[in-house]
Design a protein around this ligand. Sequence first.
Ligand SMILES: C[S@@+](CC[C@H](N)C(=O)[O-])C[C@H]1O[C@@H](n2cnc3c(N)ncnc32)[C@H](O)[C@@H]1O
Length: 220
Amino acid sequence: MKRELVKTADGSTTIYLPEWNEHYHSSHGALQEAQHVFIKHGLNPKPGDYLTIFEMGFGTGLNALLTYFASEKRNQYVHYIGLEAFPPSPEEIEGMNYTSFTNDEEAAEVFKKMHQVDWNVAREISEHFVLEKVQKQIQDLELGKETIDLCYYDAFGPRVQPELWSPEIFRKIYDWLSPGGVLVTYCAKGQVKRDLKSVGFEVSTLPGPPGKREMTKAIK
Ligand SMILES: C[S@@+](CC[C@H](N)C(=O)[O-])C[C@H]1O[C@@H](n2cnc3c(N)ncnc32)[C@H](O)[C@@H]1O
């Protein structure tokens, strides 16, 4: 499938799939979306000294990078499981400009380190952050019951991959989450919210990032 590197409205980069007319991030701003959906409404409200975070769709690693610096500020230890069935190429990763937006001097080094980590092993990126990138399809993934605290659900939208927004997948994630565990996603489709509810989540609709009206938060 053809892939293009493009800039979103806030100046940050993303990957565009013309055949699907689908972006890896919101075209209104990749960085703003990630910060709003996953950090502001996912990570930041989640208490605890030690969090296990599961990301569906590791992609460019933007959410992992933002989580690294945000969790450090909150003195949280993080075990980050980034699931990705079809990793972007090294050239695509090099084309992403996320580290130029942060004031953190180490950002470029951390981003590089995250992409150099081998697949399917857990590696320390720093004393407080362990990254485990898993190359697999979510349909084939098994995690233990109640082993994760927070899920960033960042799959391509239901218009192009409806099979990733099914009650079967949401049930798996519900089982993996610890009690009180949270799933956040940029998607606010009514059917997705009903399917999350049907497997037991308490679902709420929150204001979306710039350019998007709503997003979804689901609590176990
Ligand atoms: C919206 S993009 C993720 C964006 C990513 N979080 C980022 O910040 O770059 C969705 C990702 O899901 C991956 N994906 C597609 N089907 C998958 C599947 N069945 N299991 C796991 N990952 C899948 C794609 O390769 C893509 O990288």
